[in-house]
Design a protein. Sequence first.
Length: 375
Amino acid sequence: MKKKWIRGLLLIAAAGIVTVAVGREFLAMRTPLPIIPGAGVTEIRPLSTYFPGIKGSRGDTDVYILKGQNPGGTALVLGGIHPNEAAGHVAAVILVEKAVMQSGRLIVSPRANASGFTHNDPQEANPQEFGITTPAGVRRFRYGSRSTSPMDQWPDPDIYLHYPSGQTLSGNQTRNLNRAFPGRPDGNFTEQVAFAITEIVRTEKADMVIDLHEASPEYPVINAVVAHERAMPLAVEVVMNLELRDIKIGLEPSPQNLHGLTHREMGDHTEALAVLMETANPAQGRLRGKTGAELILTGKDRMYIKAYGAKRLYVDFDEQGQPLSGRVCRHLAGIDEFLKAFSETTPDRAVVLGSLPRPEEIREQGIGAFLNRAP
């Protein structure tokens, strides 16, 4: 009997040690990892500048403004609306750290859903972070969740009713920021964050919104631009120019009956031209093998090679995989072409980059060569 008590106490002690260790790791995700602004950043504002209702919450996040010496228009780039879509977040960080504007303004939100970076999707075996090697050492980046943390918004309803369309979706979509636009000031936490981001567009009179995303290789809308109908002529030109840069990319119209997404609601409820770009992230897929930081970085997965051979994918997939460097390259090349095309068609509202690492250089040299030294 005494031995059973001792074993029981030892098991309780071991469980306590594991709980404390795991709890510390979980709580550490609430501390944002550093973004090191480059010479092009002229101002940093909290998102709560545009809606004080989220001030002090985990929805508040830094918004970076890059202003050129010459007047012009304004473009907003959103990364991290889904924090488990690494290429969008990293591409936005590179803009903050390396881009310099010549004309107009570029506004960048690398962690649009900051709450989503504080936790993981349950039962997905996802890493909490991944590291990118730089000349100065390894830079760490959070790999978060597709949804707002339940610590900030809970419980989920049985059915999510989108405002203002009245569209019904599964209840867990209530924490999906890209189903919450245009948002509302008296809504739930995610809707309030969406409202604050929409207020950036309205307050700053943004001419264009570019939302950066990723999807699983078996998802039909992949390696593509999704454009609101008002932005479609511009998107057609961008897709053709990307093809000339040897970047194969599709073009999809924003569905008029699917609400809450940036490309639909920003186009409907603001004056901005709204587009979204998707790249292929095997770490998000249902067909993936072992999940870890290596899969996020290299994009290599033998299960997806088999799936491609069985014609179950919407992107090419071989031993080279879909590396993060290539996915970031696609996003930055798309941003570059959108700014060029917009500036050519609307010269009085030009948004012109003075300097930005060439996406092709990032693909060749790796992302780490174009990140600033962490403090």
